[in-house]
Design a binder for this molecule. Sequence first.
Ligand code: ADP
Length: 264
Amino acid sequence: TPVTAARFPEPRVAPQIARSADHHLEIEAVTKDFGHQQVLKGINLSVARGGTTAIVGPSGSGKTTLLRLIAGFEAPGTGRILLDGREVAGRSWVPAHRRSIGYVAQDGALFPHLSVGQNIAFGLDRDRFRGRKAVQTRVLELLEMVALDGSYARRRPHQLSGGQQQRIALARAMACEPEIMLLDEPFSALDAGLRVATRRAIGKVLAHAGVTTILVTHDQGEALSFADQVAVMRGGRLAQIGNPFVVYTRPADRATAEFLGDAV
Ligand code: ADP
């Protein structure tokens, strides 16, 4: 009940992050309600250009909701989301594919009735890549980027392993030449060995392209090894933000310590 909740306020460890010209993405005091439930309770987060941020936290803490707001699938209740210092909320909200934001979901969400090549070509700007030859050349480049040879272009998604499907999903997202890539638990459906290999492959592609990356995961180890900034969410708030070493060695509170303690 509200009375009990008021007696036990959330720990006051909300991070203070200085504004900087180099911040690609800034989230300022963002809230989100679903009905009577406040799912995000005032999120402040800055992501550097070309940086990799992992949003980690238990199931139901609001990670996916935050990612969906950044993607533009939904608008925040209050607060602002800025890209390159420009607000992109409310009525001026532009869908992800028009703002050079890429999105890779948990299961890749490839179109099952299209070939791999057609899936990748889906994201291409057809004003720039006119004609079959130009499209084909670009598709092969994108396949090569995710370390798959040209023979994969003719296959169907169901003929690929889970890890290959995720690499194709990344290639399709990269076809739009995004400045920001949002990864929503993209490795969680893969078995342990494949997960590490796929994570390394995808991390390499994004780092090489200098794409600002935000990874949502419930896997602490994954967050600590993938990102240069880790944001720990709990109950719709950010319990801590910092580089992986600091978050792991100096957790802000006991719950974070216990959560991260499962990582190794
Ligand atoms: P996480 O990704 O950390 O598991 P989510 O962002 O998916 O957390 O969900 C946070 C909370 O918001 C959950 O309690 C969930 O049930 C609720 N929620 C998420 N999306 C919706 C929605 N579209 N309508 C109602 N409740 C939602």
